[in-house]
Design a protein around this ligand. Structure first.
Ligand SMILES: [Zn+2]
Length: 88
């Protein structure tokens, strides 16, 4: 897996967080990563909670790739919302 991008971006439209599939509202500054995996470019947005959680994971887990929404089912993931992101 080759890393193409790992940066902070301000969203210009709502995105789904790759780690927890929560909606990231427009105008939120979040981490964006892009990788080439098997010849495909896979871009992903990460909410602050998943960004912080990612840093606690062994690099090996990340090498294998994270399935969309997978963080919610992983040990140690902080399920309680640390901040209200709006929505309902
Ligand atoms: Zn998330």
């Amino acid at each position: 897996m080759q890393n193409l991008a790992d940066k902070k971006v301000k969203t210009r439209k709502p995105h789904r967080c790759h780690g927890c599939i929560d909606i990231i509202p427009t105008g939120t500054t979040v981490r964006y990563t892009a990788n080439v995996d098997g010849g495909r470019v896979a871009g992903a947005y990460w909410c602050d909670r998943c960004d912080a959680f990612m840093d606690t994971l062994p690099a090996l887990d990340l090498e294998d790739g994270i399935t969309e929404g997978e963080f919610k089912y992983m040990d140690g993931y902080p399920l309680a919302n640390t901040k209200d992101t709006g929505g309902e």
